[in-house]
Design a protein around this ligand. Structure first.
Ligand SMILES: Nc1nc2c(ncn2[C@@H]2O[C@H](COP(=O)(O)OP(=O)(O)OP(=O)(O)O)[C@@H](O)[C@H]2O)c(=O)[nH]1
Ligand SMILES: [Mg+2]
Length: 482
């Protein structure tokens, strides 16, 4: 075991541990695939490294367009035009100076386009270690360059026609008819005066086409580079050296079902039920299962102290033993045990240090959630992502797997969040420590049996707590291994 003060274990530490590890099955699994290489590579870099073949030109330039994603992108672009014009009118109504009004309307439409593209068009793309701010800035740059590209294309087309047919309306005429320099710059078809003729419209359409081509392609490969739910699915893993931590509070209806369901999927894993002295006897039911199956363990705690405290105790318990992969898992069947072999396989194959079961990447989602619960969850993740500058799309989710090294180095003794925010804090600390986070799609159905422990206080804690987390500065990090 490595004290937190040593930071992440170095290569030498791993080798030493290899020599001293008492449980052979752990050593075989952990070291046979060269875990010592765990580093700071981003998921997208990792994808690049693992692919031996360079993508062909067709795959890079043509394929991205042959998908619904491109149709969505165009719809979002059109919605941006509506937003732009709506705000332009609105600001003009307020008698804002016309250039300022145009600039603000354009910026608002860029931001709205970005948010819709982020949560709809490019859902499932990006890199989990890239912050929303970076993506937003990239989108801004792409949009501005795109507008210039569109304008230049328009000028070129218009000039070409101008040279061959002198009687068509000239660019200068159109120019002088536009209201503001921004309108002139953007050459928006909707602000063109009616008397300038079809050639201008045609040039504009071609310009818009080329601008859209540019915007989409560059956003695809730069702003949201990489597939979050990558095709890096590795072999299914049997769960050796893995601990599945299941916190419970009044889960009597669920606990006797979820534990066997988990062990059926990962038969060599162990399960730790962490019960906070549930009044409904969940702890005793878990004890009975532990008596019958040596893979089941129970940690009894004095009383209900929140999910965070329960997990911290479970992690401590895991680190005192030889578990190499540690999972968080809910008792209420919102987390499907069928994902476990693949997720454990990804950690085992060194595809990531933190595996996030994500409802917000392609293929993921929620089932039977009310609209307001969806909104709270979506808004909560977005809010935390903006405040903390994190890349993961599902920060509040509780189906996460960690390599042992992560839990050893993220200073668990300093974790302060107890409720919802606990999940955010763990991910934040892991990212700050330079660990690789990989999001994999999960479908999350609402609980069928038992009662929810989610309440307003837990939500309120999260809203305030994320700001406090910002104090976890890189300066507080321990020195990284060379
Ligand atoms: N030990 C312990 N477990 C808890 C505590 N609060 C919640 N849990 C467990 O943590 C898991 C997730 O809690 P849930 O109540 O399902 O929270 P949620 O998934 O956000 O909300 P719902 O699915 O609507 O219930 C479940 O297995 C709970 O039994 C607690 O204070 N202590
Ligand atoms: Mg639940």
């Amino acid at each position: 075991m490595f004290p937190a003060s040593l930071g992440r274990p170095s290569e030498a530490d791993y080798t030493r541990r290899l020599l001293t590890c008492g449980e052979n099955h752990c050593c075989d699994i952990v070291y046979s695939d060269g875990i010592v290489g765990v580093g700071r590579r981003s998921v997208s870099n990792m994808a690049k490294q693992t692919s031996q073949r360079r993508a062909t030109l067709t795959e890079t330039v043509i394929s991205p367009f042959l998908s619904w994603r491109f149709v969505k992108f165009c719809i979002v672009g059109a919605s941006g035009v509506v937003v732009n014009l709506g705000f332009l009118r609105f600001f003009k109504g307020l008698e804002v100076q016309v250039n300022l009004a145009s600039a603000m309307a354009i910026e608002i439409s860029i931001i709205s386009n970005f948010l819709i593209n982020y949560s709809w068009t490019f859902r499932g793309r990006g890199s989990a270690d890239q912050s929303l701010l970076v993506q937003g800035l990239r989108f801004q740059v792409v949009s501005m360059v795109g507008a210039t590209v569109q304008f230049l294309a328009f000028v070129v087309f218009n000039m070409a026609w101008l040279l061959t047919m002198f009687d068509i309306p000239t660019i200068t005429e159109y120019h002088s008819a536009a209201d503001t320099w921004l309108e002139r710059w953007l050459w928006h078809p909707f602000v063109a005066p009616p008397d300038v003729g079809n050639w201008v419209y045609l040039s504009q359409l071609l310009g818009i086409g080329i601008g859209t081509f540019w915007n989409y392609l560059i956003n695809f490969h730069w702003t949201w580079a990489g597939d979050l739910d990558t095709a890096m699915h590795s072999e299914r893993h049997d769960g050796a050296a893995t601990l599945i931590c299941i916190p419970t509070y009044n889960e009597a209806e669920n606990v006797t079902r979820i534990v066997p369901a988990v062990l059926e999927q990962v038969p060599r894993a162990n399960v730790l039920v962490v019960d906070d002295n549930s009044p409904d006897g969940t702890g005793q039911l878990a004890d009975r299962m532990a008596g019958e199956d040596s893979r089941v363990h129970v940690l009894h705690r004095k009383g209900k102290e929140g999910l965070g405290k329960a997990y911290l105790a479970a992690f401590q318990w895991a680190l005192e033993r030889n578990y190499q992969y540690i999972f968080e898992f809910d008792a209420d069947f919102s987390h499907n045990p069928e994902y476990l072999p693949v997720f454990a396989g990804l950690l085992h194959a060194d595809k990531a240090d933190v595996l996030v079961g994500s409802r917000r990447v392609k293929g993921g989602g929620v089932e039977n959630w009310s609209l307001h619960r969806r909104f709270i969850s979506w808004g909560g993740s977005l809010y935390a992502r903006i405040v903390l500058g994190l890349g993961s799309r599902d920060l509040t989710g509780g189906f996460n797997g960690f390599r042992r090294a992560v839990l050893e180095s993220i200073e668990l003794d300093r974790v302060t969040s107890t409720g919802y925010c606990f999940q955010i804090e763990l991910k934040y600390r892991a990212v700050k420590r330079g660990f690789r986070v990989l999001e994999q799609a999960i479908v999350f159905p609402d609980r069928v049996l038992g009662k929810s422990k989610m309440n307003g206080a837990i939500f309120a804690e999260a809203v305030v707590q994320v700001w406090k987390l910002r104090r976890v500065k890189p300066a507080q990090r321990h020195s990284d291994p060379q």
